[in-house]
Design a protein around this ligand. Structure first.
Ligand code: C2E
Ligand code: MG
Ligand code: MG
Ligand code: MG
Length: 292
C-alpha cells in the first residue's frame, strides 16, 4: 500500500482495486491540480458568545468542489493530502484565503471576526512553519490577534522542544492557539500547563450525549472548570439542540459552535448571518432558559 511506502508517494492503480480505493486513487491524483484549478472553497461557521449574543469568531472549513464527484468533505480528502504531503500547500492556501476573507469583511465595515484555521499534524511538522505563517500574515497585512490556530492533542505529543518553540513564537505575535476535539486524543493535563494554549474546544462527541448521560455532563463540567482555572476559554463544538445549550450555559460555557445556531456558511451567507445575528440571537439571550 502506498501509505506504507512512506510520504510523497502516490498510490498505484491496479485492476482489482475496490471502489473505495479506486476513488481514493483518483482523488489523490486530482488533488495535485485542485489548487490551480481553483476547486477549493472555504466555508465559515460562526461561534456564538451566548452571554452577549454576539459573534466574535468563526472557524474556516475547507470544501472541494470536485468536477465529477461534487462537493467533497475534508474528512475524505485531508487524510489523502496528508499521505502525500500535499496538505502543506493546501494548508497555506487555506490560511491565506481565510485571512483575505476576514479582511474583506472588515473592509465592508463588518465587526472584526477572529478566524480559526485548522492545522494538520503534517503541517505542524514543517520546520519553517512559523516563517510561513508570519509571512502570510505580513503579505495579507493581517492583525495576528484575529488569527486562531486549531491543533489537536496528537500534535502536542510530538517533539516537545520544537512545538513549544513554534507555539511560543506564534503566541508572541498575538496569534491565538486552540486545542481542537479536546478529550478525544491522549489528553494530559500536563500539556495544558506546558503549552501556551488560549482555548479548549470540547469535542462534539461529549456534547452529543450531554442530556442523556450524567457522567458525560460531569466530564464536560470538569473540562470547563479546568479551563477556567488555567485561564483558558472554552468552545463547545457540535451543539445542535436547545437542551444542550441550556446545560452548557449552566456549566458556564460561554462560546458555542454548532448547527443550533448555524452550519458552516459561504462567505456571503456568513455576511448576512452577521447582519441579522443581533435579532436572531436575541431569543437566546432574552430567554436564559428558552425552550422550543
Ligand atoms: P473540526 O475541525 O473538528 O471541525 C468541525 C466539524 O464539525 C466540521 O466538519 C463542521 O461542519 C462540523 N460541525 C459543526 N457543527 C456541527 C453540529 O452541530 N453537528 C455536527 N454533526 N457537525 C457539526 P467538516 O467541515 O466536515 O470538517 C471535518 C474535519 O476536517 C474538521 O473537523 C477538521 O479536522 C478537518 N478540516 C476541515 N477544514 C480543514 C482545513 O482547512 N485544514 C485541515 N488540516 N483540516 C481541516
Ligand atoms: Mg477545527
Ligand atoms: Mg473539532
Ligand atoms: Mg475534527
Amino acid at each position: 500500500r502506498a501509505k506504507e511506502q512512506g510520504k510523497n508517494q502516490y498510490r498505484v492503480y491496479h485492476s482489482g482495486m475496490d471502489i473505495q480505493s479506486y476513488r481514493s486513487f483518483m482523488l489523490q491524483n486530482d488533488l495535485r491540480k485542485a489548487i490551480e484549478r481553483e476547486e477549493f472553497t472555504l466555508v465559515f461557521q460562526p461561534r456564538v458568545d451566548i452571554d452577549q449574543g454576539t459573534i466574535k469568531s468563526a472557524e474556516a472549513l475547507i470544501r472541494w468542489e470536485h468536477l465529477s464527484w461534487g462537493t467533497l468533505s475534508p474528512s475524505e480528502f485531508i487524510p489523502l493530502a496528508e499521505e502525500t504531503g500535499q496538505i502543506v500547500k493546501i494548508g497555506e492556501w487555506v490560511l491565506r484565503n481565510a485571512l483575505q476573507q476576514s479582511s474583506a469583511w472588515q473592509k465592508k465595515g463588518l465587526p472584526p471576526i477572529r478566524v480559526a484555521v485548522n492545522f494538520s499534524a503534517q503541517q505542524f511538522l514543517q520546520k519553517d512553519l512559523y516563517e510561513t505563517i508570519n509571512g502570510i500574515l505580513i503579505e495579507t497585512n493581517f492583525n495576528p490577534e484575529l488569527l486562531e490556530i486549531e491543533i489537536t492533542e496528537s500534535i502536542l505529543m510530538g517533539n516537545q522542544t520544537t512545538i513549544t518553540k513554534t507555539l511560543n513564537q506564534l503566541r508572541k505575535l498575538g496569534v491565538h492557539i486552540s486545542i481542537d476535539d479536546f478529550g478525544t486524543g491522549y489528553s494530559s493535563l500536563n500539556y495544558l500547563r506546558r503549552f501556551p494554549v488560549d482555548t479548549i474546544k470540547i469535542d462534539r462527541s461529549f456534547i452529543k450525549d450531554i442530556s442523556t448521560l450524567p457522567k458525560n455532563n460531569m466530564l464536560i463540567s470538569t473540562i470547563i472548570s479546568l479551563a477556567d482555572s488555567l485561564n483558558m476559554s472554552v468552545v463547545a463544538e457540535g451543539v445542535e439542540t436547545i437542551e444542550q445549550l441550556n446545560i452548557l450555559r449552566k456549566y458556564n460555557c460561554k462560546v458555542i459552535q454548532g448547527y443550533l445556531f448555524s452550519p458552516p456558511l459561504s462567505p456571503l451567507d456568513f455576511e448576512s448571518f452577521l447582519q441579522k445575528s443581533e435579532e436572531k440571537l436575541k431569543f437566546y439571550t432574552d430567554n436564559q432558559s428558552a425552550s422550543i
